[in-house]
Design a protein. Structure first.
Length: 378
């Protein structure tokens, strides 16, 4: 089958942090420790690059997290966040209930108020896809959090990507993990390969490797359309099932890859298996960093609730919440904006800190076992 004729849309404007502080430090080789006066000089220069508002905001955040400590953060999650859900008037999911064959997990609901509605080549009765808009006030980055596509929803998935002009898809899961199917394979893996999913045509143009993730440049073309979209599928394969990456630097590199892309400033599609655990973790890290370096104060509890008000069940377990905080502090420390002192049991400065959180997270999963289907997405 020969690919249909098409016209490819031109690349669009850059995606950068307005504050000018991109995640460049996290993507490069780790810096060697700097001792004494030279360390102080490096830190002082980094602080000169910050506005007074940003410097104060970063200091306030670091001080607040150090004051809480690991046990304080665990208590905060357990008492205020673990069981939080959107208010009753927002916690409605009639479309989810009406389309059981399009849902990967029966206990991971898709909220009506924020769900993405398919409008391209579908009647209103079939506008459902298990995907939600995630937006934060005063924050220009927009996300679509979704589940890993099922075989029968791949066409809808690509229809959504094309319809919303999404330049990037961030895939945080393998198709099979721990012997269980987590997502269908929804794009051709080999350069030059193409595949039709219903009325959506997908052609893989290029495959690149960036260490801990693969980057697929794909062309998406609906049947009967002459203009295609170029989309990047960024596939992170180093986030283990029911665990965490060995280092938050891998996550920061992933965020930098998305933020530094030159395709568009359109919505970023983010998914794992259920689209709530790994997905919610990445979104919250990105939003916190963007807010911090624009001089906006961070209220962790409020931001967590905003996230769950839009995508139900996001950030499922304590370990993911701790990972968010540690990754942000690690970035601040790595960029030498602020000397980050030890927090809790040496958790930030200890090279095994991520393993410590991973162990705690796995213990939570083990305690809950199969009682929560969504924990399979951790």
């Amino acid at each position: 089958m020969a690919p249909p004729k098409k016209k490819t849309r031109a690349k669009r404007k850059d995606m950068t942090y307005e504050c000018g502080e991109e995640l460049t430090g996290a993507a490069g080789p780790a810096r060697k420790p700097v001792a004494g006066a030279k360390q102080a000089q490096t830190q002082a220069q980094a602080r000169k690059d910050l506005t007074a508002d940003v410097e104060k905001t970063v200091d306030n955040y670091v001080d607040a997290m150090i004051s809480l400590g690991i046990e304080g953060l665990r208590k905060q999650y357990k008492e205020q966040l673990a069981n939080y859900r959107a208010p009753d008037e927002k916690y409605k999911f009639t479309a989810f209930e009406a389309n059981p064959d399009k849902n990967r997990y029966l206990d991971v609901v898709c909220l009506d108020e924020t769900r993405v509605r398919l409008t391209m080549d579908v009647p209103p009765s079939t506008d459902y896809i298990h995907a939600n808009w995630v937006k934060f006030e005063g924050h220009d980055k927009v996300f679509i959090a979704t589940q890993g596509p099922l075989d029968n929803t791949i066409e809808d998935f690509w229809r959504m990507v094309f319809q919303e002009g999404c330049p990037n898809i961030v895939n945080l899961t393998k198709c099979i993990e721990d012997g269980k199917v987590k997502s269908s394979q929804y794009w051709p893996l080999d350069p030059g390969a193409f595949q039709s999913f219903g009325k959506m045509f997908v052609n893989t143009k290029k495959v690149e490797s960036d260490g801990k993730f693969l980057i697929y440049t794909v062309e998406v073309l609906p049947e009967g359309c002459s203009n295609s979209n170029i989309v990047k599928v960024i596939h992170m394969t180093s986030w283990p099932d029911r665990g965490l990456p060995m280092s938050g630097r891998h996550v920061l590199r992933l965020i930098r890859q998305v933020n530094g892309d030159k395709l568009d400033n359109g919505p970023v599609v983010m998914h794992c298996s259920a689209g709530i655990g790994r997905t919610g973790t990445i979104i919250l890290i990105d939003v916190i960093l963007r807010r911090l370096f624009r001089g906006k104060e961070i209220d962790m509890v409020d931001m967590f609730k905003q996230l769950r008000n839009q995508r139900a069940s996001c950030i499922q377990v304590e370990g993911q919440y701790l990972f968010v905080v540690i990754s942000v502090l690690d970035y601040i420390k790595h960029r030498k904006f602020r000397e980050v002192r030890k927090i809790g049991n040496n958790l930030v400065d200890d090279p095994n800190s991520y393993n410590t959180v991973d162990h705690r997270m796995n213990s939570v999963v083990t305690r809950n076992g199969s009682n929560a289907c969504c924990l399979n997405d951790a």
